[in-house]
Design a protein around this ligand. Structure first.
Ligand code: G
Ligand code: G
Ligand code: G
Ligand code: MN
Ligand code: NA
Length: 252
């Protein structure tokens, strides 16, 4: 496939870029940012990540891409810190990347090389990670957590339905999938699901981020039900680091 071949060249050709999307608290103070990979081909066309990430997963390209993304996240954190606006950064980690035998060693090496603090990184993993080798996965999460890395379950509510694993993992956060946020506040089932996740996370002592917040009505609903962190186009779109630095600078 052309995309497969092109993707394997994209990294060395400088066609990949990491964008950042701010996460905000109820008063719209930035509290973190998610690193999101973007691929713009030499001809100027963009390939959406929900198209190329699955290809990268299937071909094993996600391993070098994920390594590069983590390295970029560390560099981004250091630049934000140098500008006086340090923010915890969330990095998406694919299941096949997480399962690489040398994943922990690689994370350690990137942290050592860049000097970025592990405690400023949040690894977003999906429930798909929990389908296979649960014991080995949880053991590896604990190993990384001991280094200071924090963990978030991305797209929470859309995958694996067994909640028993939540108690066994060193978790920091749940990210409520944007499909549920989309259904608030208009839809009664949507409201019920979001309220239930917020209540459960509260009982488990987990931080929550609501994804895909696009309307003021959604933000108001969330503020009335526990004020989780919020991420979405209502507040800021994914953007290159320089744009995010400029935006944070304007606030100060
Ligand atoms: O960034 P949105 O803009 O379109 O991302 C679409 C999907 O691609 C999401 O599921 C997101 O988690 C995934 N994604 C974006 N960037 C990365 C990345 O750096 N690594 C991995 N594994 N997934 C990513
Ligand atoms: O990693 P994850 O699957 O959570 O990726 C987040 C995805 O959500 C990215 O594709 C990002 O571009 C997208 N996104 C961020 N904010 C919004 C939003 O307000 N609405 C929608 N529909 N998508 C969003
Ligand atoms: O901001 P970014 O270039 O990462 O946008 C990713 C996708 O999300 C694009 O398809 C873009 O058209 C769409 N998008 C950007 N801003 C908004 C928005 O405010 N609302 C919605 N629904 N989609 C948006
Ligand atoms: Mn994510
Ligand atoms: Na998500």
């Amino acid at each position: 496939l052309t995309m497969e071949r092109d993707l394997s060249m994209a990294l060395e050709n400088g066609e990949l870029q990491m964008h950042l999307q701010l996460q905000v608290s109820q008063d719209e103070t930035p509290v973190g940012a998610e690193m999101l990979m973007r691929w713009r081909r030499a001809d100027g066309s963009s390939v959406p990540p929900d198209v190329f990430i699955p290809v990268a997963e299937a071909t094993g390209m996600i391993v070098p891409l994920g390594r590069w993304a983590l390295h970029q996240a560390c560099l981004a954190w250091l630049r934000l810190d140098a500008m006086g606006t340090p923010l915890p950064l969330s990095v998406n980690v694919s299941p096949s990347q997480f399962r690489q035998p040398d994943f922990v060693a690689e994370v350690r090496a990137i942290l050592a090389e860049t000097g970025a603090p592990a405690a400023q990184l949040i690894f977003e993993v999906t429930e798909g990670l929990l389908i296979e080798n649960l014991d080995a996965t949880i053991e590896r999460m604990h190993e990384l957590a001991l280094m200071g890395i924090r963990f978030s379950i991305d797209d929470f509510g859309t995958g694996y339905s067994n909640l028993a694993y939540l108690k066994r993992m060193p978790l920091y956060e749940l990210k409520i999938d944007k499909s549920f946020i989309h259904d608030t506040p208009a839809d009664a089932n949507g409201r019920a699901i979001v309220q239930s996740i917020l209540a459960m996370a509260g009982h488990l002592g987990l931080r929550v981020v609501a994804e895909g917040v696009e309307t003021q009505a959604q933000a108001t609903f969330l503020s009335e039900h526990g004020s989780p962190g919020m991420q979405g186009y209502l507040f800021s779109r994914p953007a290159p680091l320089n744009d995010v630095i400029a935006l944070l600078g304007e606030r100060n």
